[in-house]
Design a protein around this ligand. Sequence first.
Ligand code: PLP
Length: 422
Amino acid sequence: TRELAETDPAVFAAINAELDRQQSTLEMIASENFAPLAVMQAQGSVLTNKYAEGYPGRRYYGGCEHVDVIEQLAIDRIKDLFGAEYANVQPHSGAQANAAAMSALLKPGDTILGLDLAHGGHLTHGMRLNFSGQLYNAVAYHVGADDHRVDMAEVERLAQEHKPQLIVAGWSAYPRQLDFAEFRRIADSVGAYLMVDMAHFAGLVAAGLHPSPVPHAHVVTSTTHKTLGGPRGGIILATKDLAKKFNSSVFPGQQGGPLEHVIAAKAVAFKLAAEPEFRERQERTLAGARLLANRLLADDARAAGINVVSGGTEVHLVLVDLRDSELDGKQAEDRLHAIGITVNRNAVPFDPRPPMISSGVRIGTPALAARGFDEDDFAEVADIIAAALHPVLDDAQLDRLRERVARLAASRPLYPNLSEDV
Ligand code: PLP
């Protein structure tokens, strides 16, 4: 229908401009993805209108018989997907899932131990200005200077020294898998809870292509919109014995009415994540990231001052290390933007440049894999990026790279069934 176009042409026009941007450029922000139309349809439904404080079967509002069905489907599907005993699908976002998980297990002033933001951690893992750094005594662990892997000896040393009540394992910009069993051993040795925030790699876990934290952690949190490919939102998974704590921490602890339209969209995404096509897409996601890392480690790229944090990747992203390049992270982000590739600049471990400039870019493959990119496509993307990150390029070279990007985008149409009517 033309409702939006007629009611609010300004918003309608901006949404369509965004659709065109998504279709005509290459989205390589590692935390982004393209939700299927079915997911967006559920989210844009009449469920927008419904209040449903409480949980299925135990609501504080009338008329919840249908949203109960939907929320229970989402709960059952996510429990099945990850083999979890308990799930809460109400957190409005990943940050809220983490806030609820922490407030269920901690008192203000307790100590948490998480990966330093500057070494790939997330704001909610103890950053000074975030609730997690304000409410709790946050201590940070790091990656090693040589191998760029989480330094488990340091984790153990800091755990012994600070006796945290909670250890957080998880990351936003880290190209390797974590050793969840070792984290649990260290947590147990000091009587701490282990929380794994799998926001970034949940889709890989769901596909069976990354070790699952569920058997090891007391609580696992995630977003639903990154590799998992669903609507923007959060979830909490745990063992049954902690169910009551987490339920009351989400509602009424952190939130009021759940977003049942988003929960419906989560349910659809969880159904899709259990299908073979989803696994195949995650395989292409990983293959694309590996191809990109290898291309950026080739001699010509190394000679241009390009390097790759940790020397490769085991997940859906590559952290490009430009510490040896004249091109800084900000310039690299702008350069890629100019040819139609969207990434974000990112500090690399031990970054000498300030955070607003940085010496890295984080490049992810989930969104392009969702668009159908195969290994040949990713090889072409990797070649384009390697060329684009040379310190000195003239306008003619940039024009040719922009044309190659446009050709790739046109060859893998995004949302081909959506016309200008969003
Ligand atoms: N946890 C991790 C590891 C993340 O990378 C992010 C998002 O970037 C979040 C939590 C927060 O998710 P949201 O942006 O939905 O609050």
